[in-house]
Design a protein around this ligand. Structure first.
Ligand SMILES: Nc1ncnc2c1ncn2[C@@H]1O[C@H](COP(=O)(O)OP(=O)(O)O)[C@@H](O)[C@H]1O
Ligand SMILES: [Mg+2]
Length: 393
């Protein structure tokens, strides 16, 4: 007979503290190696084929414009090939696409929040890819990381635990110490994208906001980020907010601040059910808040984008039909395929727009790239429609 020994209750807080200290130490050293300051993120460069693709021109037309001086001429990589830095590529796009850019005299920046109840559905990846894609097309973008886990911050090469001070997050805004986000903004490795970072300390906002609501009579906790972004709306063409995987005080702020919502949704039953709960809760919560204040909120768009789609998975086809039945025209005809981006070591901390073209040659990678390009184009269209409305009113 097997003798079973009784278990001693030895997993006390001290043990857990020691485990946590060891784990944190390992995370810190892995990150320090992968993201040593000098090894931190490097912006992409563009060869003439990529410039042609970006600008929607023939290669010869790009070279013609560069020689004529209409766009930056780039620099020679060796004797023949010419290369453009991200800064130059963006300058070229701004010169080439003047008509599609925001006129700051007529329109304010558009704020878009990427949201979903669940973690791991592709929110952060979508938010960062959208920001990069829009900035590649010439727009000036502010990204706001509202998730205390700081994944978006990490994707920009900034370590939440060591590189982020409270003043560089939206926490002072939530605490009522400031009424604008402007002082929290920092530049990133990517020209045309500035960042408001997040770190675990941001979690305090989940206590500060309800506590202020109890104490201050006219306080509307749900409008804090919305009004805090006003100055940034004059400065930036697009503001992209990444939100935490929950419907707390921060997420409500992120949604109320937005004119458009993008919801990445993998076509599987649990994620679908969870998205239904999300809208249920959000409308209930907001309904209650607005009724008490005579407040209201309209969104210009809600776009559901199927994410992490595995084409070989037959179940997902049925779920896709539920999604279309539930969300109708809000479901974009764009599917982000499941890819092993993470297989490319550098991409563990990057997106498809960070990859060198040589890494994007496999067919799934190419499909993912095409899907993101189309998503960026679609969202740019939504943004331009909002600007068009500003002008006609
Ligand atoms: N299309 C995709 N295919 C495969 N893995 C993906 C894809 N999009 C995101 N991932 C991975 O899934 C994980 C969760 O993605 P993330 O964007 O952080 O989601 P969320 O912000 O919703 O938690 C990350 O490790 C990310 O690299
Ligand atoms: Mg995330």
């Amino acid at each position: 007979m097997i003798k079973i020994k009784p278990l001693d209750a030895v997993v006390n807080l001290e043990v857990l503290t020691a485990v946590s200290a060891r784990a944190n130490q390992i995370v810190a050293s892995v990150r320090a190696n992968m993201l040593a300051p000098e090894a931190r993120k490097i912006p992409p460069v563009f060869n003439s084929a990529q410039m042609a693709e970006l600008m929607g021109l023939e290669k010869s037309a790009v070279l013609y414009q560069a020689n004529k001086g209409d766009i930056p001429s780039g620099h020679r990589d060796g004797a023949i090939r010419r290369e453009w830095s991200l800064v130059e590529a963006r300058q070229a796009m701004r010169a080439f696409r003047k008509d599609t850019l925001r006129d700051p005299k007529k329109s304010a920046g558009v704020c878009i929040t990427v949201a979903n109840f669940k973690g791991g559905v592709g929110k952060t990846t979508t938010a960062v890819t959208l920001a990069q894609g829009l900035s590649r097309r010439g727009h000036k973008v502010l990204v706001v990381d509202c998730d205390p886990q700081g994944s978006m911050t990490t994707l920009f090469g900034v370590l939440p635990d060591t590189d982020v001070q409270e003043e560089q997050t939206i926490l002072p805004l939530c605490a009522g110490e400031t009424d604008s986000v402007m002082s929290a903004i920092r530049p990133t490795y990517w020209d045309g994208i500035d960042l408001i970072a997040a770190a675990p300390l941001l979690f305090n906002a989940e206590f500060l906001l309800p506590s202020r609501q109890k104490q201050e009579r006219d306080f509307a906790f749900w409008r804090v980020l919305d009004s805090g972004l006003d100055e940034a709306r004059a400065e930036y063409d697009v503001i992209i907010i990444d939100s935490p995987p929950s419907l707390g005080y921060i997420t409500i702020n992120a949604l109320i601040a937005a004119q458009g919502i993008v919801m990445p949704l993998p076509p599987n039953a649990l994620d679908f059910a969870s998205s239904a709960q999300f809208w249920n809760l959000f409308t209930e919560v907001c309904g209650g808040l607005f009724q008490s204040r005579g407040d209201s909120k309209n969104f210009h768009f809600l776009d559901i984008v199927l994410s992490r789609v595995d084409r070989s998975d037959t179940v997902s086809e049925a779920v896709r039909q539920w999604i279309v039945a539930a969300y109708g025209a809000n479901v974009l005809p764009i599917e982000i395929p499941k890819t092993s981006i993470a297989a490319t070591a550098s991409a563990e901390f990057g997106t498809i727009y960070d990859l060198p073209p040589s890494a994007a040659k496999s067919s799934t990678m190419k499909r993912a790239r095409d899907a993101y390009d189309r998503l960026v184009e679609h969202i740019e269209h939504q943004i331009m429609s909002i600007w068009a409305g500003d002008i006609s009113h």
